[in-house]
Ligand binder design. Structure first.
Ligand code: PLP
Length: 399
């Protein structure tokens, strides 16, 4: 892992220099990218340029600004499809599979309300994660309630995890799948433990007929994502975690298993500046290279877990086999959650903030985690550096 930090150092410095908020605040280390990512200059420029040269509504009006806006929205749809590896028979998709939403939470809820309730019948079963982000559990429970109100009873089963690693457990999942299994929801990268949930194994376990929905909130922009390889039916993500503005996200729908995904009702004016920001952000991420971003953030996460492993007072949550720098389980995608055995998360967060280390120190929106567990989360992106990790470890060492 250490070699990646050496090998990619110049590449990373050039990218880091493109984030004004990072460059202008050298005394701060932003370590909360799983909550939201910082924006490169190219995204800020694209939004500014759009709002000052072509701002109009999309799909309405035939004057040049309106046409330009409509074209940008279409281009962004195609960009999202291309970014996710959507290709039909080797040809690039036309973007019709992409629907803009405000973010992952709204996207998953839309899949649940507007598609799942149409797809399921009495006696069907769905399998969903009970210990991932609550945005990937609550909508499925809501669909169950909506269906029950119409006399359609479905069973919600828990997607099983492996003890110790927090990865999904394909063998146990195989036992939960029945001929009534009609839907499975999974997460790409866990927002607390940082683990790649290895969703490529899920299709093999559930068989060719069952639709799979992927919460890619922590995946898009952090590692390569290929809908062809994963053979999932929905990919949902938030733009703001992928360097675009808040308030924009997307649902990509394959539309080959179950009914077509057609979000109901009149959507009204789209978030055009958000869509422009997403187009610019995906362009930027593609040029930077999600594979290199993945290597960089895994290496930084490994440096942190390796450092914490040598400090007595700390316990890193999640997979214990992936703590060392040279661990063969390269599992943590730039998200590391840990706790101090004697200091609560609020106090730890406060002290770290006073040293300019901006971490997440409150609830992590994890489904089922009713009690605060006193943990602190550090989440990294391409603008973070090994020096920032070392600064953090220096402060943690004396606490
Ligand atoms: N899913 C995961 C895995 C997340 O990490 C998050 C946010 O942290 C969400 C869903 C919800 O994303 P948003 O708040 O952008 O809707």
């Amino acid at each position: 892992m250490g070699e990646a930090l050496e090998e990619l150092r110049d590449w990373q410095s050039a990218l880091r220099a493109q984030f004004p908020i990072v460059v202008d605040n050298p005394e701060l280390a932003y370590l909360d990218s799983a909550a939201t990512a910082q924006k490169p200059q190219a995204v800020l420029d694209a939004v500014q340029s759009y709002l000052t040269t072509a701002n109009a509504n999309a799909g309405r009006g035939s004057y040049p600004w309106a046409n330009r806006t409509t074209a940008l929205v279409e281009e962004a749809r195609q960009r999202v499809a291309r970014f996710l590896g959507d290709r039909e028979d080797g040809r690039e998709s036309d973007g019709s599979a992409v629907h803009f939403v405000s973010g992952t939470s709204e996207g998953l809820r839309t899949v649940a309300r507007d598609w799942l309730t149409e797809h399921l019948g009495d006696g069907d079963e769905i399998i969903v994660p009970f210990a991932d982000h609550q945005a990937n559990l609550l909508p499925w429970l809501e669909a169950q309630r909506l269906l029950a109100a119409c006399g359609v009873r479905i069973t919600v089963r828990e997607l099983p995890y492996q003890a110790g690693s927090h990865d999904y457990d394909p063998a146990a999942l195989a036992e939960s799948v029945t001929e009534r299994t009609a839907f499975v929801a999974v997460t790409h990268v866990h927002h607390v433990y940082g683990g790649d949930m290895n969703v490529h194994r899920i299709r093999e376990v559930v068989g060719p007929r069952v639709p799979i929905c992927l919460d890619a909130a922590q995946g898009v922009g952090h590692l390569p994502l290929d809908v062809g390889r994963l053979d999932v039916d929905f990919v949902v993500f938030s733009g703001h975690k992928a360097m675009a503005l808040p308030g924009i996200g997307a649902v990509w729908a394959r539309n080959t298993r179950g009914p077509r995904f057609e979000p109901g009702g009149w959507a009204g004016t789209p978030n055009t500046s958000g869509i422009v920001s997403l187009l610019a952000a995906l362009d930027w991420l593609d040029t930077a290279g999600p594979d290199r971003i993945e290597r960089w953030t895994i290496a930084l996460g490994a440096r942190l877990t390796d450092g914490l492993r040598h400090l007595d007072h700390y316990e890193v949550l999640g997979c214990q086999r992936s703590l060392a720098m040279d661990s063969p389980v390269g599992q943590r995608h730039g998200i590391v959650t840990f706790r101090h055995r004697g200091i609560g998360s609020d106090d730890l967060g406060f002290v770290l903030a006073s040293h300019g280390l901006l971490v997440r120190a409150d609830s992590l929106c994890q489904a089922g985690a009713i009690q605060r567990d006193g943990s602190v989360r550090v989440s990294l992106h391409v603008y973070n550096t090994a020096q920032e990790i070392d600064r953090l470890l220096d402060v943690l060492r004396v606490m």
